[in-house]
Design a protein around this ligand. Structure first.
Ligand SMILES: [Zn+2]
Length: 454
């Protein structure tokens, strides 16, 4: 019997990655992500999966970002009993990200109930912080580049994908077929991470396409951020930088440390990292020295360039300070977290800056800001945007279209089939066309919920 793959997420959208592999009554879920962005996408998180979670034998996570891992607490809550295989870096990050996700779900539900803007009464969290903590017991660390058996007779192996700490591509052998999941691929020139390892031969490939229709600018983060912060310091403004707590926060910190050392921005420009998650993630760079390209000294500098704000009181006390200063806070697409309070506080002043770092999924506040919106809605209030809004694409943790193609093209021979996943429709389709025309391989963009033989 042939194995099948069902695209339960990360197909025709960039979030919710979930790929179900079935063979002879055994089921493996590769990635277990939350849908984010547009409300109709987020509502998908509430729909039951087409297969009961207790009938899934094992889960493999390619990395810890919530659009790949954030559904796990719900899967466990609904009865999943098996192991969740991931690299040790991913296990460490999931232990930071998942409880925080549960906390945000609880806060959002609480806020919606208090202010009566939920259509459900009462509003409920998808899962609680405690449920997220409970789900971590299922995590099982695997080494990069070593085979393991997620299900008897099935073999799987991680290989480094760049992107963020612990991120991996996944090779899976089942029913005589070899499937390669690219996972999220980093850039070969990422300031923090090593380049993704080239792909080994496989029969079927799933490749991400976040930037399938775009090229990154040639400028480096250093060259983009320097003049901006210099200008900000001169006019005494406040820069609010929504950052992904994992990855981009560290890239921006590392770059600011370099800019200060090079004298490109004033040494005394106050920098605040207002995200416990980002603070804990920054500390992990010292624990996993082999997984990134920073020296011990660079890790130390990154760790000391900002004042770390752990408590909500410290976060709130920032409102009493005057500019110039730079506030890095999560979340990276301004969908939640402490950055919302800072945006509400500082977006209205033209001296200030909002610096967007990395991909902004459609439907998020980050995407509204990037699109030039004059107001954004925060906690049921309209907030006027007069601050200068800048999007720096060089802060992306994803390979661009040419980099995706050249990674794929390193595969020794053509696979039978390429599935283009993890992108908005236009981005995925553009990459599909380029794969078909430029390297002449068969490629499709699978539809959400579709089932294919492997
Ligand atoms: Zn990711």
């Amino acid at each position: 019997m042939t194995a099948t793959i069902t695209f339960l997420g990360g197909a025709d959208t960039v979030t919710g990655s979930k790929y179900l592999i079935e063979h002879e009554g055994q089921r493996l879920l590769v990635d277990c992500g939350l849908f984010q962005g547009y409300k109709q996408l987020r509502l998908r998180n509430w729909n039951p999966l087409p297969v009961a979670p207790e009938q899934i034998n094992a889960v493999i996570l390619t990395h810890a970002h919530l659009d790949h891992s954030g559904y796990l607490p719900l899967l466990v809550k609904q009865g999943f009993k098996g192991r969740v295989h991931a690299t040790s870096g991913t296990c460490d990050l999931a232990a930071i990200l998942l409880p925080d996700s549960g906390h945000i779900q609880e806060e959002d539900a609480f806020f919606a109930n208090r202010h009566g803007f939920s259509k459900h009464a009462p509003a409920l969290p998808l899962y609680t912080k405690q449920e997220a903590v409970d789900s971590l017991k299922h995590l099982h660390a695997e080494r990069q580049d070593e085979w393991f058996e997620p299900i008897p007779g099935w073999k799987a192996r991680f290989q480094p994908a760049g992107h963020i700490l612990g991120a991996a591509s996944l090779l899976l052998d089942v029913a005589g077929r070899r499937i390669l999941f690219s996972g999220d691929l980093g850039r070969p020139d990422d300031p923090l991470m090593n380049p993704p390892e080239p792909p080994p031969q496989a029969d079927t490939v799933l490749i991400e396409s976040t930037y399938g229709d775009r090229q990154h600018p040639k400028e480096k983060l250093f060259a983009e951020l320097g003049p901006l912060l210099h200008k900000l310091a001169a006019r005494g403004g406040v820069a609010v930088v929504p950052v992904f707590a994992v990855g981009r926060a560290q890239a921006v910190l590392h770059t600011i440390a370099q800019l200060k050392a090079a004298g490109e921005i004033p040494h005394g420009l106050p920098i605040f990292l207002d995200s416990p998650m980002a603070i804990h993630t920054t500390a992990l760079f010292a624990k996993h020295p082999g997984e990134h390209r920073l020296s011990d000294q660079e890790v130390h500098n990154m760790d000391h360039v900002a004042t770390m704000l752990e408590t909500p009181e410290q976060s709130k006390s920032l409102a009493k300070r005057h500019g110039p200063m730079v506030i890095l806070a999560a979340s990276g697409m301004a969908t939640g977290g402490r950055v919302l309070h800072h945006l509400a506080q500082y977006a209205g002043d033209h001296r200030n800056m909002i610096i967007l770092t990395g991909y902004q999924a459609p439907g998020t506040r980050g995407a509204w800001l990037a699109g030039g919106s004059h107001t954004i809605r925060i906690h049921a209030q309209d907030v006027a945007v007069r601050a200068e809004v800048v999007q720096i694409e060089s802060a992306s943790a994803h390979a661009d279209a040419n980099q995706l193609l050249s990674w794929l093209h390193k595969m020794p021979c053509a696979p039978d089939q390429v599935y283009v996943v993890h992108g908005e429709r236009e981005a995925s389709d553009m990459l599909r066309q380029r794969i078909e025309h430029e390297i002449k391989w068969r490629a499709v963009v699978p539809e959400h919920g579709s089932v294919w033989p492997l």
